[in-house]
Write a protein that binds this ligand. Structure first.
Ligand code: NDP
Ligand SMILES: O=C(O)C(=O)[C@@H](O)[C@H](O)C(=O)CO
Length: 285
């Protein structure tokens, strides 16, 4: 038995609108320092994760690619997402940036490539998307999607372009349940990816989640991630702590009741931990 053979847990797949599919649970690498990313990603792969969420903005694509290569797991068995950084909202710049992402990862293709933010002050996401459509047509991105798009951004994109985004990656957790935007995605065949699924830890002491976790005998992080899974969203919690990486993976041996689901959803207070996409125009230097 090899080091990666312990990956016996069956992770559900979510079908995408182009015939591909994505593991519903993955591993996020935002705020993992480049020098720690290879080790952290290798550990996640060892635990059984087969979906990694990175971005050019995170500065650690290269180390994610190194981890996938070093794992010995066939490339086609690991789903890797990256994202177009905010400085590249322009068709030619987007195509060049995509080449840079593939080069950093040392991959022939990515499974999913996203526009990271719509950037209202730039306003060019449709032209940028058309460049991503070309990348998609080339086969070097197996699917393309968006991140942090509000309903009005999605409507405009679908009116003015051809390819419907394969996902919309947005902030979702019990304090920001995003019911309307998720429903709009479902109506149009765009699954939701929930970023900061445990609100970077802010929901873990919530009395309702603590009560449910104590009854079931699971941690509050596990209950929160299970709530996302049962809602049908795709999640990729980040952790550099091995015990938490394992804990976050161990969410497929219990179920929340309908009442648990409702009680957690009722915690919504439309509270963001990250930026509001209608206001966020940050361009890294
Ligand atoms: N598209 C976008 O704009 C965005 C995308 N993302 C994506 O979503 C991923 C996840 O979101 P992220 O913002 O990292 O936040 P998460 O909600 O995943 O929370 C991560 C934090 O929670 C801690 N943590 C993780 N697991 C546990 C646990 N079981 N018990 C207690 N604490 C825990 C981690 O600590 P520690 O590491 O010390 O263990 C870290 O501080 C990112 O890594 C990225 O891939 C995130 C933000 C924006
Ligand atoms: O993590 C991401 O994917 C992000 O886009 C965030 O870093 C975001 O840009 C942010 O939190 C800025 O403060």
């Amino acid at each position: 038995m090899g080091v990666f053979d312990e990956a016996m847990t069956e992770i559900p797949s979510i079908p995408l609108n182009n015939g591909t599919s994505i593991p519903q649970l993955g591993f996020g690498v935002f705020q993992i320092e480049p020098e720690n990313t290879k080790e952290a990603t290798l550990k996640a792969l060892e635990v059984g994760y087969r979906h990694i969420d990175t971005a050019e903005m995170y500065g650690n694509e290269k180390e994610v690619g190194q981890a996938v290569a070093a794992s010995g797991i066939p490339r086609e068995e690991v789903f890797v997402t990256s994202k177009l950084n905010n400085g590249f909202h322009d068709p030619e710049a987007a195509k060049t940036a995509f080449d840079g992402t593939l080069e950093a990862l040392d991959f022939d293709y990515v499974d999913l490539f996203l526009i990271h933010w719509p950037l209202p002050g730039v306003g060019n996401f449709v032209d940028t998307w058309k460049a991503l459509e070309e990348v998609y047509a080339s086969g070097r991105a197996r699917a393309i999607g968006v991140s942090n798009f509000q309903e009005h951004h999605l409507r405009r994109l679908m009116q003015e372009s051809t390819v419907v985004p394969a996902v919309n990656q947005i902030e979702v957790h019990p304090y920001l349940t995003q019911d309307a935007l998720r429903a709009f995605g479902t109506e149009h065949g765009i699954p939701t990816e929930a970023w900061s699924p445990i609100a970077q830890g802010k929901v873990l002491d919530d009395p309702t989640i603590v009560r449910i976790a104590e009854r079931i005998g699971k941690s509050t992080a596990q209950v929160t991630l299970r709530w996302h899974i049962q809602r049908g969203d795709i999640v990729f919690p980040k952790s550099v702590t091995e015990s938490r990486v394992r804990e976050n993976f161990d969410i497929f041996d219990f179920e929340l009741t309908d009442l648990d689901m409702t009680d957690i959803s009722t915690l919504n207070k439309d509270e963001r931990t990250g930026p509001n996409p209608d206001e966020f125009n940050y361009i890294p230097s």
